[in-house]
Structure formats: structure tokens, C-alpha cells
Design a protein around this ligand. Structure first.
Ligand code: SF4
Length: 78
């Protein structure tokens, strides 16, 4: 939604969850569950439409996560 700022990778919660605005930059050593192709756009928690460049995520209230981002809470969209 408008008025929401983009989530900063250095935000404390972002760091805690290993959020990266470019999913391909996910820390694969720390997060071995990461698999190529995973991104916010395919995450069950992502609130944006598939065509949106960014959208809300309940784990980061008031912020927008990039559709191409990733964090360790990624869960496959049903
Ligand atoms: Fe992206 Fe899902 Fe993590 Fe939210 S929980 S930041 S939508 S990967």
C-alpha cells in the first residue's frame, strides 16, 4: 500500500530473519533451507499481488518487502 516504506536489510527484524532484498543473496550457509526460486512473491505470507514489485508482510509491520526478496520465514504458497 502507499505510504509504507521499503524494508531496510539492516532493520533489526530483517537481520534477525536473514532478510535480503535480492533472494539470490540469501545466506545459504546460515539458511540451508533456501532453494533457488524462493522469493517473497512465492511466499504464503506475502500480501502483494503476483505482479506487484513490493508488498506487505505480516512479519514486518508497516514496511514493504520486495517481491524478489527472501527471508528465513519463507513458506510455500499453498
Ligand atoms: Fe518475504 Fe515471506 Fe519472509 Fe515475508 S515471510 S519477508 S513474504 S519471504
Amino acid at each position: 500500500a502507499y505510504g509504507q516504506s521499503k524494508l531496510d536489510e539492516k532493520d533489526a527484524q530483517a537481520v534477525a530473519l536473514g532478510y535480503v532484498s535480492d533472494a539470490t543473496k540469501a545466506d545459504k550457509k546460515k539458511y540451508p533451507q533456501y532453494a533457488a526460486g524462493q522469493a517473497c512473491s512465492s511466499c504464503a505470507l506475502y500480501q502483494g499481488k503476483p505482479s506487484d514489485a513490493a508488498g506487505a508482510c505480516p512479519l514486518f509491520a508497516g514496511k514493504q518487502v520486495s517481491s524478489k526478496a527472501w527471508c528465513s520465514a519463507w513458506a510455500k504458497k499453498a
